[in-house]
Design a protein around this ligand. Structure first.
Ligand code: MSP
Length: 506
């Protein structure tokens, strides 16, 4: 048995997305990354809980519903229906979909607000600040320049009676926690930004809203609704069904929380402080990934360059879209979506590397042992190399180095292509049939492992590979990440090319 250091349980989350419009590449990217981790850990036998959902309260939603002349709940129900359809088409395997309008979420948030008041972490004061409707956030004078928030939206100075959370009380604790737990905030560059932010001094946070009615009311002062970020962050608890649930016992704390860099601050500062106030365990890792541009520019309706995954899925299938977004950006950094690049990746990585390997090997394999299949007879030196790669891939997963995961999987495929080239099985066929059988068995088994390693990303293509190998896709044993004798006596079925070469479009 290879030691793949498999965690017993694995709890992974995406942010819950605003229900204000259609999902685009950015939302899909985070969700696909999380899905790949969830699928890998299920594959190796961990107990996985993968949570995603929608953030449905706040002024913007209320305004949008009013504009359409419908109730906010009706408005969000429609959007959630479409969101789920979108995730289905991208083959997202979430275990639970939490909505902040779910009854179980609402009651949990009220419970939390009461606890915070009881702990004396909430107090009533006066709020003077700059409110940004677009960000649904208040900003302080430090963040505002020329009546604009850090993202450039216009803000208005506002004063109101409000409840505050004592963030400042936890400032030193948080700083020390980050230092003592060097893996908590990743990547390193984003962690440094957070430390610098803390060092400038944390102010108490206003957590009540007097004039936003579409929200969860404060249980001890019903004229206020709760600030959307306090409401939203605790989806990671309500999504497990609350503190008293089996899920909470089994899965808390989250192992990996992934999000875009623009909301890292909420997850790196407020979130651990809220949890500390409630005496709950802190998540193991908060990870900020970079931002997607499209053809080198910010994605925006006005540039007409917003990438909608469904359009690509329709044309190329979900596997290729999933692969491209993971391959194209270095995990944690920014990147740009380009249609030409998309096509190029299909041709160079998929057609020329993986597709080519499968079709060569199956063609060669079908030249002998057509009735009986191949006997278990492996080439030990090559097997060792493949096993090293399997272990490397698991280490990269463990360190959340998704880019390295993908490149190692492709190296496995290149390595197998080179093995074909070096051994020239087409010559062995007549010169040394015994060696031919050994090389082919080793290659077939390597392709089986490759298909299993690809399965978290290519959620349907791996099945086509299995069919060509003569393997049952429903038998979990066939997905083992080690050399086995599963392929003994299996008859290969030559099928279609896995991927079609694509022409670049202007
Ligand atoms: N509702 C909050 C999150 C609350 S979590 C407790 C929110 N929602 S959002 O709809 O704006 O989604 C933000 C997330 O969408 C980002 O964190 C990121 O995951 C994804 N992306 C949206 N646009 C993006 C890019 N252009 N590039 C990469 N991902 C971005 O914030």
């Amino acid at each position: 048995m290879l030691d793949l250091e498999i965690p017993k349980k694995f709890y992974i989350t995406t942010p819950i997305y605003y229900t204000s419009g259609r999902f685009h590449l950015g939302h899909a990217y985070t969700t696909i990354c999380a899905d790949v981790f969830a699928r890998y850990y299920r594959l190796v036998g961990s107990d996985v809980f993968f949570l995603t959902g929608t953030d449905e309260h706040g002024q913007k939603v209320e305004d949008a519903a009013n504009k359409e002349g419908i109730l906010p709940k009706e408005f969000v129900d429609n959007l959630v229906f479409n969101a789920k359809k979108e995730w289905k088409s991208l083959d997202i395997s979430y275990d639970s979909f939490i909505r902040t309008t779910d009854e179980k979420h609402i009651s949990l948030i009220k419970e939390i607000a009461s606890k915070m008041l009881k702990n004396k972490d909430l107090y009533k004061g006066k709020y003077v600040g700059y409110y940004c409707k677009d960000c649904e956030s208040f900003f302080t004078s430090k963040d505002v320049t020329k009546d604009r928030c850090p993202l450039g939206h216009s803000v208005k100075e506002e004063t109101e009676d409000a409840y505050f959370f004592k963030i400042s009380k936890y400032q030193n604790w948080l700083k020390q926690y980050i230092i003592d737990n060097p893996k908590f905030l990743q990547p390193e560059s984003k962690k440094n930004e957070i430390i610098a932010f803390i060092d400038r001094g944390l102010e108490d946070l206003c957590i009540s809203r007097e004039r936003v009615s579409w929200g969860i009311t404060l249980p001890f002062d019903e004229k206020y609704t709760i600030y959307v970020w306090l409401d939203a962050l605790f989806n990671y608890v309500s999504g497990l069904d609350g503190f008293d649930s089996e899920n909470f016992k089994n899965f808390w704390p989250p192992d990996f929380q992934v999000m875009g860099k623009e909301i890292f601050r909420f997850h790196a500062i407020y979130w651990p402080i809220f949890l500390k106030s409630l005496n709950l365990e802190i998540p193991k890792i908060e990870f900020a990934h970079g931002w997607w541009l499209s053809e080198g520019r910010k994605m925006s309706k006005s540039f007409n360059n917003v990438v909608y995954p469904s359009e690509y899925v329709k044309e190329f299938g979900s596997d290729i879209f999933r692969y491209y977004v993971i391959r194209e950006i270095s995990f944690g950094e920014d990147g740009s979506f380009s249609k030409n690049n998309f096509i190029e990746r299909i041709n160079s990585d998929l057609v020329a590397n993986i597709g080519n390997l499968l079709s060569r090997v199956i063609t060669l394999a079908s030249k002998r042992n057509q009735e009986t299949g191949y006997l278990f007879f492996r080439d030990e030196i090559f097997v060792k190399e493949i096993e090293n790669k399997i272990v490397n891939i698991s280490k990269f997963y463990k360190n959340y180095e998704l880019t390295k995961v993908v490149s190692e999987i492709f190296q496995l495929s290149s390595f197998a292509n080179k093995y074909v080239q070096d051994n020239k099985p087409w010559e062995l066929l007549t010169e040394d049939p015994k060696r031919f059988d050994q090389v082919i068995y080793t290659l077939l088994e390597t392709i089986r492992i490759l298909a299993a390693e690809l399965s978290p990303i290519f959620t349907t293509k791996w099945k086509e590979i299995f069919e060509q190998l003569g393997l049952d896709v429903n038998n979990k044993n066939n997905l083992k990440l080690e050399f086995t004798n599963t392929l003994e006596n299996k008859i290969v079925n030559k099928g279609n090319h896995l991927f079609k070469k694509q022409e670049k479009k202007e």
